[in-house]
Design a protein around this ligand. Structure first.
Ligand SMILES: NC(=O)C1=CN([C@@H]2O[C@H](COP(=O)(O)OP(=O)(O)OC[C@H]3O[C@@H](n4cnc5c(N)ncnc54)[C@H](OP(=O)(O)O)[C@@H]3O)[C@@H](O)[C@H]2O)[C@@H](O)CC1
Ligand SMILES: Nc1ncnc2c1ncn2[C@@H]1O[C@H](COP(=O)(O)OP(=O)(O)O)[C@@H](O)[C@H]1O
Ligand SMILES: [K+]
Length: 569
């Protein structure tokens, strides 16, 4: 296991990459034309790596700079001996794209970009340069038909998905959310690329939602933008808007993965008693398995001591291994409060196998101590059933919901994420009334404001988790193949299983209990909530990869030593 798989890198929104490009051009690092030439060269190079013999290419160029990249690809493939057809639009492109189009026109013609021309299916490779980061509204008319045809409206998406190369992303995909612009109906005919080549950094939309599925293999090409990244800067406070000598945008760390050199040092240092003490609350008779999985994970991640705390009458069930576990009964909220008077208990996990009623009874006493703590599973359901679900939450807390639990605690945010996306037409608005209508009108206004401010137009999982964490005042880790973690200051981190080696076998019963235990163990060891959650998600996925297919949750904690060895600890 190479430690490179743990590298952390920034992912950017469309507005951020535009700011980076503008900064690079303004500071004389490269002109727009040079950047476009490098972008096109990177795409042509990746194509030639995969199709080493000159073949037939059909390059589809849209109205903007994404189309400009396409004209460069066409010219370079032609120079390499390929037979190239170019389909394009009858518009005045932006200046750099116009130059690239003229250069192509010295070589060959531009045919009309429409479904009819595509139906002839005369190429080995199709290059989608129709839209990239500049897509701001759903495609319409001929462009929509063309993109739908690439997505299989003619009954054969399998044909295109094997030979479609997308520049920056398949067209119609919103690179800020990973969702197709234009609502769910159009996703039926969303183009799926075999290969997507993007520039400088991944975009948010490459790793969230449908992005990974629609982009296919993702290559991030360096086009020499050379901007000062967070990693190379003096320490920044997360979420801070900074104007260092680089492009100016909110330097939120939208980064992928989590293990950094300072984590490695801290994981390997120290002495048993400096490693803290995690208390894992367990449930009544017959429910103990989940909490024991969590407790085992907390031990394996290096908590010095772990105590499992079931009710008195279930204590006997927990006489099972691991023997390193301590066992103490906790029946009532008073028992828990007394137990937590011991300041040596440095983190608490409540939820796995706990039972909703028991979690509800223990929650107030736990929250009152403001002890670092993870709330998972039944504790999340218990939260959502309180009159004021978010009351008493604080910044030393990590909530680890899956989408169902998240929706019960933040129903409005989940509805906004799952529902149709703006701009809403009269027909859509005609179908709703009351609060739903008010919510959609507000969302529509937000969409227009976002466009004006050059932010991404669609509400993404990243936005949703950030909004939820701000509202709750704690860290939230929303599970899924695209796990998103946010803190109350707006710092967001994505752990995308799709980005490196996918670990689909993580989706197995009890794997969430292990994740909660890993995070609680790290918090017991002194990691702050947000770092514990991001590092925990990375270790959890690494453990799954280390075991491989056939994994059950019980195997995960015992893979952690191999993961640590792989990290050189
Ligand atoms: N900046 C740089 O230096 C570099 C940029 N690079 C490349 O530029 C790409 C970004 O280019 P971009 O901003 O020109 O927009 P792009 O993705 O081509 O597509 C949108 C175009 O379509 C239009 N449009 C929007 N919605 C529409 C709709 N529904 N139906 C119809 N039209 C619609 C919209 O214009 P509008 O009509 O909104 O004015 C715009 O013209 C980026 O992905 C990368 O590939 C690289 O070369 C590296 C250097
Ligand atoms: N398709 C997937 N690929 C990779 N990881 C996934 C996928 N779906 C879910 N996961 C991960 O699997 C774990 C499942 O947790 P959870 O939903 O709580 O399950 P359980 O309740 O069975 O423990 C989470 O860490 C989640 O991020
Ligand atoms: K594209």
């Amino acid at each position: 296991m190479g430690s490179d798989m743990f590298g952390s890198r920034e992912i950017l929104t469309s507005a951020q990459i535009r700011a980076v490009e503008r900064w690079a051009m303004d500071s004389g690092i490269a002109s727009g034309l040079e950047l476009m030439e490098r972008a096109g060269a990177a795409v042509a190079g990746e194509i030639r790596l995969r199709w080493p013999k000159p073949a037939r290419a059909c390059v589809m160029c849209g109205p903007g700079n994404n189309g400009g990249d396409g004209y460069v690809v066409a010219r370079l493939l032609n120079e390499a001996g390929w037979q190239v057809r170019v389909l394009g639009m009858d518009n005045t492109p932006p200046p750099d794209a116009a130059v690239m189009k003229r250069r192509w026109l010295e070589i060959g013609p531009v045919e009309a970009l429409n479904e009819g021309v595509l139906r002839r299916k005369s190429a080995d490779v199709y290059v989608d340069a129709i839209s990239g980061t500049g897509l701001t509204r759903p495609l319409e008319g001929e462009l929509l038909e063309t993109v739908g045809y690439l997505g299989g409206s003619g009954g054969d998406w399998g044909f295109f998905s094997k030979r479609l190369v997308a520049i920056d992303g398949p067209s119609g995909l919103c690179l800020d959310s990973g969702r197709m612009l234009g609502g769910s109906a159009d996703t039926l005919f969303s183009p799926r690329a075999a290969l997507t080549v993007t520039f400088d950094s991944p975009r948010v939309g490459h790793v969230l939602a449908q992005g990974p599925e629609l982009c296919g293999e993702l290559v991030v090409a360096d086009i020499g933008l050379n901007w000062p990244r967070m990693g190379r800067n003096p320490p920044l406070h997360p979420g801070q808007v900074t104007r260092v000598s680089g492009p100016s945008f909110a330097r939120e760390s939208h980064d992928l993965f989590a293990i950094r050199p300072e984590d490695l040092a801290k994981l390997s240092d120290g002495h048993k008693f400096s490693h803290g003490h995690a208390l894992v609350v367990a449930g009544g008779a017959g429910q103990g398995g989940a909490a024991r999985l969590s407790a085992r994970a907390a031990l394996r991640v290096g908590a010095g001591l772990v105590t499992i705390a079931p009710p008195q009458d279930a204590l006997i069930e927990h006489a099972l291994p691991p023997d390193a576990l301590m066992r103490r009964a906790v029946d009532t909220a008073d028992d828990l409060a007394r137990r937590l008077e011991d300041r040596r208990i440095t983190a608490v996990l409540l939820g796995p196998g706990c039972g909703v009623e028991r979690a509800k009874a223990l929650l107030p006493a736990l929250l009152e101590t403001r002890r670092p703590c993870v709330l998972d599973a039944d504790a999340l359901t218990a939260l959502s059933q309180r009159k004021a679900p978010l009351e008493g939450l604080h910044s030393h807390l990590v909530l680890t919901p899956h989408m169902g639990e998240f929706a019960r605690i933040f129903p409005d945010i989940a509805a906004k994420l799952a529902g149709p996306q703006p701009p809403f037409d009269q027909h859509t608005l005609g179908q709703v009334k009351g609060e739903e209508m008010a919510r959609m009108l507000a969302q529509d206004a937000e969409y227009r404001a976002a466009l004006a401010a050059e932010r991404g137009p669609l509400y993404s999982k990243l936005d949703a988790v950030r909004d939820a964490a701000r509202r709750a005042g704690c860290v939230i880790l929303l599970k899924g193949p695209d796990t998103v973690i946010a803190d109350a200051n707006g710092t967001v981190h994505v752990h995308a299983a799709s980005y490196d080696a996918a670990a689909p076998w993580l989706a197995t019963a009890g794997s969430g209990d292990v994740l909660a235990g890993i995070i609680a163990g790290l918090m017991a060891r002194g990691w702050p909530a947000f770092r514990a959650a991001t590092l925990g998600a990375a270790l959890h996925a690494a453990a799954a990869r280390s075991f491989g297919p056939g994994l059950i949750a019980d195997d995960l904690p015992d893979q952690l030593p191999a993961v640590f060895r792989g990290l050189g600890l």
